[in-house]
Design a protein around this ligand. Structure first.
Ligand code: BTN
Length: 325
């Protein structure tokens, strides 16, 4: 942990009681003189830190901007996901940055956030609108010990962990649409873009690109009927940093589960929140379309569909339209 992350951790732990300058400096591993300089820097970043003689320091408020040290402090120790966090003000796509790090051999668990993306991308070559400071636009690099066929497991744990974190932070009841969308009242609030690099029988790395419309209040005309945000659903702005830490904590937990071969436990939770299972669906896979009833999820996270011709089809990706009836 960096010095600033240690300071923010100690301030958050102290809550209303506050923490004396001596104790805070000790927790951060620096002198009180150095602490004063760090507090000045943190205030300049927008942290409202009060200093009261004898009582010490209190954290009164945090800025809405994302800071790596703050995210690390909020997250605490994790097994893999979020061991390293990097925040960019602007990138083309956080998946591009993560892909470069993956090729450079960076260890798994690094998370790249951007306040805005100039070329945010969604599935099927669509663009992903990523306005400055309004959402969580981030990518997680993992190197799971799985076969390429099991890559859908990553999307499933991503959706399950994010839905759980949203429930915890907002009290809302998100629904999951296979494979990668999270909906609120039928409108999309989260998208996941899973990009895979693999050899014949082993995944090299996976980048989970996650877009959460947190405080977005205006959508382009073509998305107005199908997209929503957490702020629109709750009627108020949310702390993006708090939600980001909750998501990474849950992702770390579920990632550990799939690495230990316990995908079935996550899949069960996923199924309880899924709006796709049991419904009539039409799935477009490139030029092909499959119509039928979505029956279950298999052990690799693929969707099993009973087609209108009575055949069981195993679907690992595609554009799903849930039909009436
Ligand atoms: C989809 O539903 O089509 C997937 C959208 C994924 C968007 C996220 S935002 C962070 C990461 N960077 C990107 O360019 N895309 C993903």
């Amino acid at each position: 942990m960096t010095t600033d992350a240690r300071i923010l951790t100690a301030l958050r732990q102290a809550e209303e009681e506050g923490v004396t300058s001596g104790d805070l400096a000790r927790a951060a591993g620096i002198t009180e003189v150095q602490l004063r300089a760090r507090i000045k820097e943190l205030r300049a970043l927008g942290y409202d830190i009060a200093a009261t003689p004898h009582l010490g320091y209190h954290l009164l408020d945090s800025p809405d901007a994302l800071h790596a040290d703050d995210l690390i402090a909020r997250l605490g120790a994790t097994r893999v996901i979020g061991r390293d966090i990097q925040v960019f003000n602007e990138t083309t796509s956080t998946n591009d940055v993560a892909e470069k790090l993956a090729r450079d051999g960076v260890r798994e668990g690094v998370v790249i956030f951007a306040e805005s993306q100039t070329k945010g991308r969604g599935r099927m070559g669509r663009r992903w609108v990523s306005p400055q400071g309004k959402g969580l636009w981030f990518s997680v690099l993992v190197r799971p010990p799985l076969a390429p066929l099991a890559a859908t497991q990553l999307t499933v744990i991503g959706a399950t962990a994010i839905a759980r974190a949203i429930r915890e932070v907002t009290g809302l009841s998100p629904q999951i649409k296979w494979p990668n969308d999270i909906l609120l009242d039928g409108k999309k609030v989260v998208g996941i873009l899973t990009e895979l690099s693999a050899e014949a029988d082993q995944i090299k790395h996976v980048i989970l690109g996650i877009g959460v419309d947190v405080n977005v209040t205006e959508f382009p005309a073509e998305l107005r009927d199908t997209a929503t945000s957490l702020a629109l659903a709750t009627g108020g702005e949310l702390s993006r940093a708090r939600l980001a830490a909750a998501i990474l904590r849950e992702l770390d937990r579920d990632y550990a589960r799939i690495c230990e071969g316990k995908f079935a436990a996550v899949a069960e939770e996923w199924e309880q929140q899924c709006v796709t299972l049991g419904r009539r669906v039409r799935i477009h896979i490139g030029e092909r379309a499959v119509s039928g009833r979505a029956e279950s999820l298999d052990t690799d996270g693929a969707l099993i569909v009973r087609s209108d011709h009575g055949r069981l089809e195993r679907i690992i990706g595609g554009d799903v339209v849930i039909e009436k009836g």
